[in-house]
Write a protein that binds this ligand. Structure first.
Ligand SMILES: [Ca+2]
Ligand SMILES: [Ca+2]
Length: 296
């Protein structure tokens, strides 16, 4: 409401040949409202202005906060699911106080928190993401980004992790190699050397995964008469040291009910999953047309 003159009346020439801009400098002053009073125009009977630009020190000092918080540190993945990732980090400091944090991915803010943890939701299963965190203060100043964490969400529970992966085996007969057990075709199968139990077949998932179920199949045709195969399931993260996931049991494969066996077990982490066969009531060898491994 009360104005002081910063620059007195003067005629300023606007010339398109030299940019059509006028600069007026004056002694440093403090102002929130800046007004231009125009009393004449030689080119048109009205005041005209396409840009009014004001330069100086934003906020003008005083007790206004212009200092951003420090970057959050130690950003860490605390947990994940198929659709979410939980993150923790160490607190930032600020001259006036940190008011909150923003989790960022691909340039977008994907979660906010007033503390030092957050869970990003709505993610896609089996997908790689990168995250950083920034801190904010009450004036809206944003810190530099934290370290970056890279994380891949868990696979969907119904994703067969073994499909198309590398296999190995104790033996096979003729051309019935173990690759037949991960080709997605229940008609093609692995068969071990005959009359030579115990035998094993193994799949390398490519990296350690949390698993909770395997499904074993034989060809669905009725010509495959019901048989019981005795086997155990083992898992390993390094391919050399194996732990038993499911102990040796006789499983009945019956074409009348799909010729498939499902074995569920407590969640475990494994990259290599192996089946050890010790008996088969239908043939004197281990036989398997599909070896499917699921997260749950
Ligand atoms: Ca600050
Ligand atoms: Ca097959």
């Amino acid at each position: 409401s009360s104005f002081a003159t910063i620059a007195g009346p003067a005629g300023y020439t606007f010339n398109p040949a030299t940019g059509n801009a006028v600069t007026i400098t004056f002694a440093q002053t403090s102002a929130r409202y800046v007004r231009v009073n125009i009393t004449a125009n030689t080119g048109w009977t009205a005041a005209q202005l396409s840009e009014l630009e004001v330069y100086g020190t934003a906020g003008g000092g005083g007790d206004t906060d212009t200092q951003a918080p420090t970057a959050p540190g130690n950003l860490t993945v605390a947990g994940k699911t198929a659709t979410s990732v939980s993150l923790t980090w160490s607190a930032s400091t600020d001259d006036k106080g940190v008011t909150g944090y923003q989790v960022r991915s691909g340039g977008a803010v994907v979660a906010s928190s007033t503390g030092t943890s957050a869970t990003v939701t709505g993610l896609t299963a089996g997908t790689a993401y990168s995250f950083t965190v920034t801190a904010q203060d009450a004036a809206g100043n944003t810190s530099p980004a934290s370290n970056t964490v890279n994380v891949t969400t868990d696979a969907q529970a119904n994703t067969n992790l073994a499909r198309g992966k590398a296999t190995s085996e104790s033996s096979h007969t003729q051309n019935y190699g173990s690759g037949n057990a991960v080709d997605g075709d229940a008609n093609s199968y692995w068969e071990s050397a005959n009359n030579a139990f115990p035998q094993w077949v193994q799949v390398d998932l490519g990296s350690a995964a949390s698993i909770g179920r395997v499904v074993l199949k034989l060809p669905p045709q009725s010509a495959w008469q019901t048989r019981t195969q005795t086997l155990s399931v083992q898992g390993s993260t390094n391919g050399s040291s194996f732990a038993t996931i499911a102990g040796s049991t006789g499983y009945s494969f019956n074409p009348a009910t799909g010729n498939a066996v499902t074995i569920t077990f407590a969640q475990t982490s494994a990259r290599y999953v192996r089946l050890n066969f010790t008996a088969n009531t239908g043939w004197s060898a281990a036989q398997l047309s599909e070896f499917e491994v699921y997260p749950a």
